[in-house]
Design a protein around this ligand. Structure first.
Ligand code: HEM
Length: 461
C-alpha cells in the first residue's frame, strides 16, 4: 500500500486583488492569516465539498450561461434538481445509450480513415464534433439541429461561437510537466479578474434553435401523452423526454421551461467538451507509450476476437486495462483542474478552520500528483490501477469527477462512452504521438493547443 501519510501541503496563496479568506491555523497559536486556500489534501477537499454546496464567484460567467443547470445552480435549486436527475444516470438506463455510442464511434473511425498514412492530424477537432453529435442525439432525440427547426445546418452547431466567447481572455498557456501549484495560482489570478470584470452572460440559454427544439419536443411529448404512446421502461429515452416526464411528475413550478433549457445546455456543454478532451489526451498518451498500446490491443483481441462488432455491456466490464488507461490519463491531466466553493459557514479542516464568507479552491491537479501516489506520481503508469496495493489507500485520491455530494453526475456515462469509442478506434488503428511535445492551455478546461497531433496506421488483421 502506498503510504498516504499526512497530506503535506494545503496551500494558502495571496492572489492579486482577490479577496482572501481568513483561516485559523490550529497548530500555530491559533493565529489568523488571510489568504486563499487551495486544498490539496483529499480529506479536507471532501470536508469542504460536502459542507459548502454553493459555487463561488469563479462560476460567475458560467452561471450567466447555464443559469440553474446543475453545474452552476444555487444550492437550494441544486438539491431538488439533483435528487430528480440522479436516477436518470443509473447504469441500466445508461446502457440503453450503447447503440448511440457505438454508432457514433463507428462514424468517428470512418472520419479518421482519410488520415491513414498521411502524417499528423488534429484528431481533437474530429472527436469534439463527434461527441457533440453523440450527446445531442442521445440527449435530445435524433438531431438537435434538424433543418426543419434550426437556422444552423446540422454539421455546424453553434458550438464554436460559444467556445470562443467562453474562452475569451481566459487562456493561459502551460507546458508539461505541469508546475501544478504555481499553475493553479496563475489560473486563479487570471480567472478571478476575468470573472469579476466580465459584465454579461456569455452563452445565452436562449439560443433560438434550442428554444425551438424544446418547444417542438414539448409538443411531441404532449401528443404522446394524449395518444398514450409513452414508453415507461428502461429503454433508450432522450434526455429532453426525461425532463418533460419529470415536469409532469413534479409540476411546472419545479421544472420550468427555463430550467429545462438550463439543464439541457449544461448537459451538452459539460458532457461533450470534457469527454472529447479526455479522449484526445488519452489517444496522445496511448500513441506515446507503445507498451501500453500493445496491452490495450491484446485486451481488445481477447474480448472481441478479431471482430469489429459493437461493444455491449458485458464487454465493458472486461475492458479492465482500457479503463486503467483512461483513469491514469485523467489522473495525470485533470482536464477540470480546480473546482471552487463559497464558504457560507466556518469549516474545520484537519489543521485549520476556514472562516465563512469567502472562497475555497479544491485543487484537483495537485491531489492527483500528491505524494500519496508514490514516488512515480508524475509518471503515466496505467498498471497502478490494476492492483489496490499500488493505489493510495485514501478513497478520495482520484477526483477527476470531483467529490462529495456535488460530484459529476456524468461519471458513468463518460466511462461507458469513452471505453466504447476507444474500443472501436484502437481495434482499427495504431496510434503514434509524442506527449512530450504537447502544450496545454487553460480555458474553462485544461486542453492541448500545440504538439498534440497524432499519426494513425490501419491495423493488419
Ligand atoms: C471525462 C469526462 C468528465 C469529467 C472529467 C467531468 C468532471 C466534472 C467535475 C470535476 C465536476 C465538478 C464541477 C464543479 O464542481 O465545478 C463535474 C460536474 C458535473 N458534470 Fe461532469 N465530467 C465529465 C463528463 C460529464 C458528462 C458526460 C456529463 C453529462 C452527461 C457531465 C455532467 C456534469 C454535471 C451536470 C455536473 C454538475 C453536477 C452537480 O453539481 O450536481 N459531466 N464534472
Amino acid at each position: 500500500m502506498v503510504n498516504s501519510g499526512r497530506a503535506p501541503f494545503n496551500i494558502f496563496a495571496r492572489i492579486g486583488s482577490a479577496r482572501p479568506v481568513k483561516y485559523h491555523d490550529h497548530t500555530e497559536d491559533r493565529r489568523e492569516v488571510e489568504a486563499i486556500p487551495l486544498l490539496t489534501d483529499p480529506d479536507d477537499c471532501l470536508t469542504v465539498a460536502n459542507a459548502c454546496l454553493e459555487k463561488d464567484i469563479l462560476y460567475g460567467s458560467a452561471r450567466a450561461c447555464f443559469g440553474n443547470g446543475l453545474v452552476t445552480a444555487t444550492a437550494n435549486v441544486w438539491k431538488d434538481q439533483r435528487k430528480l436527475l440522479n436516477p436518470k444516470f443509473n447504469l441500466n438506463y445508461l446502457h440503453s445509450f450503447l447503440d448511440v455510442f457505438n454508432k457514433q464511434a463507428k462514424i468517428l473511425v470512418k472520419e479518421f480513415e482519410c488520415h491513414i498514412d498521411k502524417g499528423e492530424f488534429d484528431h481533437g477537432s474530429l472527436i469534439r464534433q463527434n461527441e457533440m453529435k453523440t450527446i445531442c442525439q442521445e440527449r435530445m432525440q435524433k438531431k438537435i439541429f434538424p433543418s426543419d427547426v434550426s437556422p444552423h445546418p446540422e454539421n455546424s452547431p453553434p458550438l464554436p461561437a460559444i467556445k470562443e466567447k467562453c474562452g475569451k481572455g481566459k487562456t493561459i498557456e502551460i507546458n508539461p510537466p505541469i508546475p501544478h501549484v504555481a499553475f493553479v495560482v496563475l489560473y486563479l489570478a487570471r480567472s478571478r479578474t476575468d470573472t469579476c470584470c466580465r459584465p454579461k452572460g456569455l452563452i445565452s440559454t436562449d439560443v433560438p434553435s434550442l428554444r425551438h427544439i424544446i418547444k417542438k419536443r414539448k409538443a411531441d411529448h404532449l401528443n404522446k401523452l394524449i395518444t398514450g404512446d409513452v414508453d415507461e421502461g428502461e429503454n433508450f429515452k432522450p434526455f429532453l423526454d426525461v425532463l418533460f416526464e419529470l415536469k409532469k411528475t413534479v409540476g411546472d413550478d419545479v421544472m420550468t421551461d427555463k430550467l429545462i433549457r438550463d439543464q439541457v445546455t449544461t448537459l451538452i456543454m459539460a458532457g461533450h467538451d470534457t469527454v472529447s478532451h479526455v479522449l484526445q489526451l488519452t489517444l496522445i498518451l496511448i500513441g506515446s507509450y507503445s507498451g501500453v498500446q500493445d496491452k490495450i490491443y491484446a485486451e481488445l483481441q481477447q474480448v472481441f476476437e478479431n471482430s469489429d462488432r459493437d461493444v455491449d455491456k458485458d464487454d465493458l466490464t472486461k475492458l479492465i486495462y482500457l479503463e486503467a488507461v483512461l483513469k491514469e490519463s485523467m489522473r495525470l491531466y485533470s482536464i477540470v483542474p480546480i473546482v471552487s466553493r463559497h464558504l457560507h459557514q466556518d469549516v474545520r479542516l484537519k489543521h485549520y478552520t476556514l472562516r465563512r464568507g469567502h472562497s475555497c479552491v479544491l485543487n484537483l491537479v495537485s491531489v492527483h500528483r500528491h505524494p500519496m501516489w508514490g514516488p512515480d506520481a508524475e509518471e503515466f503508469k496505467p498498471e497502478r490501477w490494476l492492483n489496490p496495493n499500488t493505489l493510495p489507500s485514501n478513497p478520495n485520491a482520484f477526483i477527476a469527477f470531483s467529490l462529495g455530494k456535488r460530484n459529476c453526475i456524468g461519471r458513468t456515462y463518460s466511462m461507458i462512452s469513452m471505453k466504447t469509442t476507444l474500443a472501436h478506434i484502437l481495434r482499427k488503428y495504431s496510434i503514434n504521438a509524442d506527449h512530450k511535445k504537447m502544450q496545454l492551455k487553460l480555458e474553462c478546461l485544461m486542453k492541448p493547443f500545440a504538439g498534440h497531433h497524432i499519426i494513425i496506421e490501419r491495423r493488419k488483421k
